[in-house]
Design a protein around this ligand. Structure first.
Ligand code: NAD
Length: 240
């Protein structure tokens, strides 16, 4: 049975430490495609499957092709936060939300004003030379051609967790600590199929799990409130 906004409003009103756990679906209303929806990146035609392009092996072996896909599909620098990002920032300012844990790499939560954001898969906004660690902006990558190279000659790599790579220890620790101490967990815009990230929600031991997703997920039966809709539209209805 699907939940109502009134039920969600009551949960929010009674919460003191909400954690939001989100994925690519949180940014589709900003015009950034997700991976697994019908219009997502996995259903478009490329020379290689996106999972392969976004792997560490592919980055190392076919760096130029990696960057062709990455510049074209992953660097969406003109996109703006939507109602979901903005409402979450408002909930944090009101002292009700303790953290956003996101699988997204687009930086839109921070652009909306969220301060405590655990980016499990890194961010396109940070790029480092593999040789000397010099920092480069996303604009630098966007405006580069071929393989972006540092002034020292090293190859620049986005601070994004590719398939086959591990998550940052400090980000994992912060995210798990936030989830473990939350009273309400809102899960939204994620297919819950990318591990280890998807497994993090199992650390929640608070009162209420809210799930907002366009398609069904493996976790639906375990959530207390389930919305089958757009996360920006659902969160946009809330009074803070
Ligand atoms: P996913 O593509 O596997 O799943 C997205 C889910 O969101 C789907 O179940 C879909 O039904 C749902 N959805 C789409 N739009 C929605 C909306 N407006 N409201 C509610 N639900 C909506 O994405 P995932 O689970 O995050 O895993 C894929 C990986 O892709 C992540 O690791 C992430 O790093 C990466 N990714 C990030 C971005 C980004 O930074 N914006 C974009 C694409 C992929």
């Amino acid at each position: 049975k699907l939940a109502t906004i009134e039920q969600l409003q009551k949960v929010i009103d009674n919460s003191k430490s909400i954690v939001f756990f989100g994925g690519a679906g949180v940014s589709t209303e900003s015009g950034i495609p997700d991976f697994r929806s019908v219009d997502g990146l996995y259903n478009q035609k490329y020379d290689y499957p996106p999972e392969e392009i976004l792997s560490h092996t592919f980055f190392m072996k076919k760096t130029e092709e990696f960057y062709r896909f990455y510049r074209d599909k992953m660097l969406c620098l003109d996109k703006k936060p939507n109602k979901a990002h903005l409402k979450l920032a408002e909930l944090e300012r009101a002292g009700k939300l303790s953290a956003v844990v996101t699988q997204n790499i687009d930086g839109l939560h921070q652009a909306a004003g969220s301060r405590r954001v655990y980016e499990l898969h890194g961010s396109v906004l940070r790029n480092y030379c593999r040789n000397c660690r010099k920092f480069y902006s996303a604009e630098f990558i966007k405006n580069s051609t071929g393989v972006p190279t540092c002034e020292c000659g090293g190859i620049i790599k986005p601070d994004v967790v590719l398939y086959e790579e591990g998550l940052s220890d400090s980000v994992v620790t912060g995210a798990l600590n936030a989830i473990q101490t939350a009273d309400t967990l809102i899960i939204a815009g994620t297919s819950l199929t990318v591990y280890p990230a998807a497994g993090f929600i199992r650390y929640f031991r608070g009162d209420t799990v809210v799930l907002i997703n366009r398609d069904s997920t493996p976790y639906d039966s375990q959530a207390d409130l389930v919305f089958r809709g757009k996360v920006g539209e659902v969160l946009g209805e809330l009074r803070v």
